[in-house]
Design a protein around this ligand. Structure first.
Ligand code: HEM
Length: 404
């Protein structure tokens, strides 16, 4: 039930996300202040947008709500920009449209479907590696392996390098206080150096992979330069890594916490998995927010927003909006319709990897649920200390070993 008593609202403190998304805060905001002026200790503050319709309206109107200079709440640090270059995620049409055109074709439903058999083979390999052990950390040993292998495959890299790149994305997303000073910047630099080496190698010897395709593409008649390539590389590795991992880890946790729903799914894995995955996406919402910046004065849900203000869309809140979903706090593996916004609200930045992500999630969970059917928690889940990406970081599990 919504209360009229103001709660302590703090959507910046990673502690608010230490046990999953702060649904009590979101519920209060949706009911009482759907466009809420949130203070920011080291910045001007931002508008927190928490209702489903408003999140979709902001995401679908890039002329009013710009992705430049960044989609993160803190502004870019002076002197650490990339000149005229923009990462696709942090650009607006028409430049965004031109950037997206360079890789769109590799991510269509048909292109993703062509990868299904390979993804299935990877799922088998991941489960083979743990199935005899009887216990493992489900997040690092199972869920995290899939996106790191898939991105390595897509870019034509050794699978082990995918693991390393993926560890770097963790350091980029983690809250500064949770790791040594400079760790995030160090990770960006290591990633750029790696991307640079890949570009040099592929220019000399192009292959049938996404890195070579990017290097062969043109924007406005010009080939991508090193900085554009690096920004694409970091975006691709970053965007599909802990998002997919957290969905699989957080989805399994939701099954542990809802025994009836788990039974429903496990008695008909083939039939129910597609709707169960959509419900996991709604429930977990691995991307907590994306920011926009108002390009002009605008009124949203009765609140005046000034040009230049930061506007932040909270996907996890929109996905529990009682105006959009009946019984939003019920985890229902058969929920239909389920028009969630875990991949974005449908604007030009809608997740490029959505089809591929669904295939990765499907193949991995199918393998896990059929070969490790008695999987159970072996200790408490530890959550990622981040106000941007949500999901368990560690999830100890045990199971009867040896289903081959
Ligand atoms: C469960 C997994 C995933 C979730 C929840 C997720 C979520 C999102 C969200 C919320 C956005 C921003 C949408 C917007 O601003 O409207 C986004 C953008 C993006 N995602 Fe994903 N994503 C996932 C997996 C992936 C994968 C596997 C890839 C690729 C390998 C990928 C690549 C991208 C890219 C490139 C963008 C930027 C698109 C643009 O700016 O035009 N994502 N994703």
């Amino acid at each position: 039930m919504a209360t009229t008593e103001p709660l302590t609202i703090d959507l910046l403190d990673p502690a608010s996300f230490a046990h999953g998304q702060p649904h009590d805060q979101f519920r209060w905001l949706r009911a009482n202040a759907p466009v809420f002026r949130h203070p920011e200790p080291d910045g001007p503050g931002f508008w927190a947008v928490t209702r489903y319709e408003d999140v979709r309206a902001v995401g679908r109107d890039p002329e009013t709500f710009s992705s430049v200079p960044t989609t993160m709440i803190p502004d870019p640090i002076e002197g650490f920009g990339f000149g005229d270059h923009q990462m696709m995620l942090m650009s607006d049409p028409p430049h965004h449209t031109r950037l997206r055109r360079t890789i769109n074709r590799q991510f269509t439903p048909r292109a993703a479907e062509r990868l299904r058999l390979r993804v299935r083979e990877l799922a088998r390999r991941i489960v083979d590696a743990v199935v005899d052990r009887g216990e493992c950390d489900f997040v690092t040993d199972v869920a995290g392996e899939m996106p790191s292998f898939v991105i390595a495959d897509l870019l034509g890299l050794p699978l082990d390098d995918g693991r390393r790149l993926y560890q770097l994305t963790e350091a980029i997303h983690a809250a500064p206080e949770s790791q040594p000073e400079g760790a995030a910047l160090g990770a960006v630099i290591e990633m750029f150096n790696y991307a640079h080496d890949v570009a040099e190698q592929r220019r000399r010897d192009p292959g049938d992979d996404l890195a070579s395709a990017l290097l062969a593409s043109e924007v406005d008649g010009e080939p991508l330069d090193d900085i554009d390539f690096n920004l694409f590389f970091i975006l691709l590795v970053d965007a599909g890594g802990d998002t997919t991992r957290n969905l699989v880890g957080g989805g399994l946790l939701a099954l542990f916490e809802h025994a009836d729903e788990r039974r429903r799914l496990q008695t008909d894995v083939d039939g129910m998995l597609p709707t169960a995955i959509e419900e996991m996406l709604r429930w977990v919402s691995p991307v907590i927010y994306m920011r926009r910046t108002a390009a002009r004065d605008i009124t949203l849900a009765g609140t005046d927003i000034a040009a230049g203000d930061k506007v932040v869309m909270y996907y996890g809140s929109a996905n529990r909006d009682e105006r959009a979903f009946p019984e939003p706090d019920r985890f229902d593996v058969g929920r239909q319709p389920n028009d969630h916004v875990a991949f974005g609200g449908g604007g030009p930045h809608f997740c490029l990897g959505a089809h591929l992500a669904r295939i990765e999630i499907h193949e991995l969970l199918h393998e896990v649920l059929t070969r490790m059917p008695d999987l159970e928690p072996a200790g408490p889940a530890e959550w990622l200390p981040s106000n941007f990406i949500s999901g368990p970081k560690h999830l100890p599990v045990r199971f009867t070993p040896g289903r081959r």
